[in-house]
Ligand binder design. Structure first.
Ligand code: FAQ
Length: 311
């Protein structure tokens, strides 16, 4: 049975078809998918906090409504992703517990503070921009529920990216102080956005196997380069300077060269020592505790409903 399962799995991958939850899969594949999907789900849920802090301080009713909708979309993304992880036998409550206990990761980017409303625009432009760059190829990821979730998530994130860019365009047409706020936010978010793509290829322990299984379709460095190439003309159109003196067009490569990334910073942030790690986890822990009664009530209601249906 396992021999047949292994053969079918290998053929599915070779033919670029989808692996579905009830198919046989190697234990390593299951574990890798749960790891990546859970981290991604945690990122969406923790990622609600930096922008969420600005909902009550948005400068107009229109900006408040837009931001509220964006943060709600992020909650939705987290929920589809937890559902995708559940198809592999993971338990949502257990994944949340592991996040709170620091046993599972979430994206480094959400450990930085949002100091002004321009940060909301820059998160939309750069953070959603990097997320899209990374996630569009994941729509073809070999695990069916993950690839399908990515299609919808990417559509919503493209919209988020455009709203961020539009917000920044508006601020750049405003006062000198507003333009300075945008530049300051770009200066703070540019390098952390490049780190979202993960360590360089020669220091990425999971890449080779994930590429062989067609979970990942491009390497971390390839996607990072794609993001830089995409962002430079957008920064020019916006009228901001990207904080990298080494940024220059390389005619031969047909790509933008960029300066060295401080990998020790990524390491520090991933291991829990970023500017906001403790706050993000504390908020998540409190929200989980405050929501316990809702989960209990929902479970009792569901049990009653199923008893009624049986009767
Ligand atoms: N932060 O061997 P690799 C969003 C970890 S977008 C934290 O290269 P892999 C939308 C990595 O997990 C953000 N940890 O690993 C939004 C591994 O540790 P492990 C979420 C990182 O998996 C926008 C170790 O380092 N997007 O939420 C990071 O092959 C705005 C070695 O790395 C996704 O999750 C990092 N930046 O490649 C929401 C996309 N980088 O697990 C709100 C899906 C690496 O072995 C507002 N994920 N690590 O202990 C992926 O594409 C991949 O998992 C990578 C990492 C590319 C992130």
């Amino acid at each position: 049975m396992t021999d047949l399962g292994e053969k079918t799995f290998a053929e599915t991958i070779a033919k670029d078809q989808r692996v579905e939850p009830r198919d046989w899969m190697p234990e390593g594949y299951r574990k890798t998918m749960i790891r990546q999907i859970a981290q991604h789900a945690h990122s969406e849920i923790i990622g609600m906090q930096p922008e969420g802090e600005w909902i009550t301080r948005a400068p107009s009713l229109r900006r408040k409504a837009i931001l509220l909708a964006k943060v709600q979309d992020e909650a939705g993304h987290g929920l589809y992703l937890y559902s995708a992880a559940e198809t592999l036998g993971a338990d949502r409550g257990d994944l949340t517990r592991r996040l709170i206990e620091g046993k599972q990761k979430y994206s480094s980017i959400f450990n930085y503070p949002t100091l002004s409303f321009a940060d909301v625009g820059v998160i939309g432009w750069l953070v959603d921009g990097a997320a899209i760059c990374n996630q569009v190829p994941l729509c073809r990821s070999s695990f069916g529920p993950y690839g399908r979730a990515m299609i919808r998530i990417c559509k919503e994130e493209s919209f988020h990216q455009r709203q961020g860019y539009e917000l920044l365009m508006t601020m750049m047409r405003g006062t000198g102080a507003q333009r300075e706020m945008v530049q300051d936010a770009v200066n703070r978010w540019w390098w952390p956005s490049l780190m979202m793509f993960g360590p360089p290829d020669d220091k990425s322990p999971n890449s080779a196997q994930s590429m062989a299984w067609k979970i990942k379709r491009h390497s971390n460095d390839e996607l990072r380069q794609r993001f830089v190439d995409m962002s430079v003309p957008q920064a020019e159109a916006l009228g901001v300077t990207l904080p990298d003196p080494d940024l220059s067009w390389n005619e031969e490569r047909g790509h933008w060269d960029f300066g060295a990334i401080d990998w020790s910073e990524l390491q520090r942030v991933i291991s829990g020592d970023g500017p906001c790690n403790a706050l993000r986890i504390e908020n998540r822990r409190r929200a989980d505790e405050d929501g316990a009664w809702v989960r209990e009530a929902a479970a009792v209601h569901a049990a009653k409903a199923s008893r009624r249906q049986e009767a």
